[in-house]
Write a protein that binds this ligand. Sequence first.
Ligand SMILES: [Fe+2]
Length: 254
Amino acid sequence: MENLSVKIISQLSDNYCYAIYEKEHSSSIVIDPAEAENIIYYLKEKKLNLEYIFITHHHSDHTSGVLDLVKEYPEVKIYSPSDLATLSTNKISHDDKIKTSINEFEIISAPGHTLDHIILCDHKNNFLFVGDVLFRLGCGRIFEGTYEQMQTSLQKILNLSDDLTVYCGHEYTKNNLKFLEQIFDKNMILEQVKKEIFKDISSNGKSIPFNLGEEKKYNPFLNQECEMGSEFKQKNKYSNLDFFKFLREKKDHF
Ligand SMILES: [Fe+2]
């Protein structure tokens, strides 16, 4: 379907949940709800019916709103990579193609942050929902998987189309920027990126969403061979995986 809109709904202290809908259609999709109240308020205001909930991974800050949404919308279909307590869910896994009434998602498994983590790609509308795998200028912490798993998951994102618009699970961009400024001291690329980020934040209060093609150019967690990353990597004789481990470990203690 054409003309899909994505509404970014702030949740908890720095989480984002997303509502997808089409102007001429009453159905909607919600991704990673943590708090039902402001989601329901928005859907009612727009006269939208909640038909689908998608979950990227089992953490409670991405799922704790589901129960109250089900009370309000008992017919809603829930798609999740793992079971949610007391709720019947449609399990989704790698390579599934899920057709909704307004779009189609390809499910891509992306373990590392959690083992069940999936990301959702709508190729036709160029939307990519990455949960806690990729952040602007950063990536998620590794809680359940290995460094290798997380790097492979990020590599999958790196191989996706430059045209995708990325929607991630948290607003962590300013902190990620500070971290990179510490690692890549006085870097011209970062200076430019900083300007763009602050422009986004001053115009709509958020640094989300962002373009994947641009992110590939300067996020060293996503692309260890980006210009800024390769210089650092060569100087320290790191492999891509060594470099990724170095960055992730440093960031864990930042
Ligand atoms: Fe998480």
